[in-house]
Design a protein around this ligand. Structure first.
Ligand code: HAM
Length: 423
């Protein structure tokens, strides 16, 4: 039998019932933070026109050059599975004129499936899920601080505030970045022979990405590279200082890290990442920054924007590594079994189960025509709190014994009173 039929594609994962409850729990916490920060949910399609990402994410990025799932649909249009959430949200803000009602526009997305053709490893998948925020209209340091504080608050509610470190930086603006870029290229040219082939390639296209190189030689060289924080224009300096002061005032610990450059082209000004060392090499759980100018690239009038993306898989890995006590889902309250397995009993149990379920009590019943012994074994396996076996005697008397499966006392009751008693 072909493995193609029995194995999910490389880099994808099933989220099994034994994991789903963690996702639900995480979702609840994130939604409560979004409510407290007054962000509204947006859902965009899983695929978009390829051009949106080429223009939006930028054609010098790894995402656009190597990682997109792109195909022609039957109408001959080039379509791409969403590799990230920002460009689609900007497209939607423009298409639906969301900026027209009131500014700032404060949006979040949850469980955004994203697709990148990357080399899979722990914490890095080809299909993954992002929670993210995108905020439009405000270019103040307070807006930058709010975004970072919202991400921090998510971690704080899980007790992860000391597990993740906030790294902040700025990537400058069209005034200061070109001057810095020229200085950085000059520095890199002096080390051309030592830098790896990828960095030699990046040197002219996107020299700041050399800071991202994992090679020991390149990262050693970059320790002496000029940092953008020493070459900011007055505006960038003022807003970066404003952000740092806001974070200090909010008592939110951070580290200024001039090597944080982010892998997407649209950033301008503030960038940041929350990083943990507890889940291996892919320790960036959340990354984001300001992208003023992106909306113009996509055809809109100027409107500043800032946001972040937070990988749900990496968040759950971090929670598991920290031993987070996820509350397991409730097991079924009542198991209804039958003795005899004849049609009459079966039909009776069908209607009884429906009645009890309609009062909001979870019921499991025998669907397999098993022996009483096998049914009790099953009730035990699924963690039923009570089990009742119904047969001719019970149906005649209208009375039934609810066996307490957790060691407590059994309950003798009538069929009518089961729901009331178990509520
Ligand atoms: P990003 O850094 O590419 O930024 O991704 C954000 C987060 O998504 C990462 O920190 C990580 O947790 C998760 N992630 C990324 N790639 C993978 C993968 N292959 N497997 C598992 N998790 C992954 C963005 O996507 C930007 N759109 C963030 C943003 C929003 N910036 C401004 N607004």
């Amino acid at each position: 039998m072909s493995q193609l039929l029995t194995r999910a594609p490389k880099g994808t994962k099933d989220i099994l019932p034994s994991e789903v409850y963690k996702w639900d729990f995480v979702e609840g916490v994130i939604r409560s933070v979004m409510r407290d920060y007054n962000y509204q949910e947006i859902r965009t399609p899983i695929f978009e026109h390829t051009e949106l990402f080429e223009r939006g994410v930028g054609d010098t990025t790894d995402i656009v050059q190597k990682e997109m799932y792109t195909f022609n649909d039957k109408g001959g249009r080039s379509i791409t599975l969403r590799p990230e959430g920002t460009a689609p949200v900007v497209r939607s803000v423009l298409q639906n004129s969301l900026y027209a009602a009131a500014l700032p526009v404060k949006l979040f997305y949850y469980n955004n499936r994203c697709y990148r053709y990357e080399q899979p490893q722990s914490g890095r998948y080809r299909e993954f899920h992002q929670f993210g925020i995108e905020q439009f209209g405000a270019a103040t340091p307070a807006a930058d601080a709010e975004i970072i504080m919202a991400a921090y608050e998510v971690f704080r509610r899980f007790g992860l505030e000391d597990t993740l470190t906030l790294h902040i930086n700025t990537v400058g603006c069209p005034t200061c970045r070109p001057i810095y870029r020229a200085k950085l290229i000059e520095f890199l040219e002096g080390h051309k022979a030592e830098l790896c082939p990828t960095c030699n390639e990046r040197m002219y296209k996107n020299p700041m990405r050399v800071f991202d190189c994992k090679s020991e030689i390149c990262s050693g060289i970059m320790k002496n590279a000029p940092y953008i924080t020493d070459h900011l224009c007055e505006d960038c300096e003022t807003s970066f200082t404003g952000l740092k002061e806001s974070l200090v005032a909010a008592e939110l610990p951070f580290k200024v890290d001039p090597t944080i450059v982010r892998g997407l082209d649209y950033y301008k000004g503030t960038v940041f990442e929350f990083i943990t060392s507890t889940i291996g090499a892919q320790g960036t759980v959340c990354g984001g920054g300001r992208y003023d100018g992106l909306i113009e690239i996509l055809g809109g009038d100027p409107l500043p924007g800032i946001g972040f993306g937070l990988g749900i898989e990496r968040l759950i890995l971090t929670l598991d590594a920290a031993g987070f006590p996820f509350k397991e889902p409730d097991t079924v309250t009542l198991y209804l079994g039958s003795v005899g397995g004849d049609i009459k009993t079966d039909v009776f149990i069908t209607s009884l189960a429906a009645k009890i379920r309609s009062s909001g009590i979870s019921v499991e019943r025998d669907l397999m025509a098993r022996s009483v012994k096998a049914q009790m074994k099953y009730a035990n396996k699924i963690g039923a709190k009570y089990a009742a076996i119904v047969g001719g005697d019970e149906m005649t008397s209208g009375k039934v014994r609810l066996k307490n499966m957790t060691g407590g006392d059994d309950i003798e009751t009538t069929f009518e009173d089961i729901a009331k008693l178990l509520k």
